[in-house]
Design a protein around this ligand. Structure first.
Ligand code: CU
Length: 155
């Protein structure tokens, strides 16, 4: 039966699609952007970061920048000319590898005194749903299974 075959194909497609990881764009600080006295630690802790996701830093480039640091530099808010500095005012960083990543503002005492620092732990790209919500993937999986069941009945 052609329609059953089509239905089965659709169902299988849904199941497969639901397992594809979705890259997510994160705007650091959300609507606040990258600025003084925002709790970026709390912001980062509430998110799940995966390989392939992108961090966006929106800020006033005359006041701030973004410096990639290591764990020790992060603790001490100290870094050297060797650290990679972003300063366009709208910078994106694609998370290419797993593990911890540390970012600070390198201007004045913004890192030490104004909370312009945070650490993230980037996890492997997996079959998991988009970080913001597990609902869409779960729903499509359930629909996929439902269609499979219907297709099996009418095949
Ligand atoms: Cu700053």
């Amino acid at each position: 039966m052609a329609s059953a075959a089509r239905l089965t194909f659709f169902a299988v497609s849904m199941v497969l699609l639901s397992s594809v990881a979705i890259a997510t764009d994160f705007t650091v600080g959300d609507g606040t952007g990258w600025t003084l006295d925002f709790n970026y630690t709390a912001w980062a802790q509430a998110k799940l970061f995966r390989v392939g996701d992108t961090l966006w830093f929106n800020y006033d480039k005359t006041k701030h920048n973004v410096v990639k640091v290591n764990g020790t530099e992060f603790q001490e808010c100290s870094f050297t000319a060797n650290n990679e500095v972003l300063s366009s005012g709208k910078d994106s960083i694609v998370l290419k590898t797993e593990g911890k990543k540390w970012y600070v503002c390198g201007v004045g005492n913004h890192c030490a005194a104004h909370q312009m620092k945070f650490v993230i732990n980037v996890e492997a790209q997996g079959p998991a749903p988009a970080p913001t919500s597990s609902a869409p993937s779960l729903v499509s999986s359930l629909f996929g299974l439902l269609f499979l069941a219907i297709a099996a009945i009418f095949a």
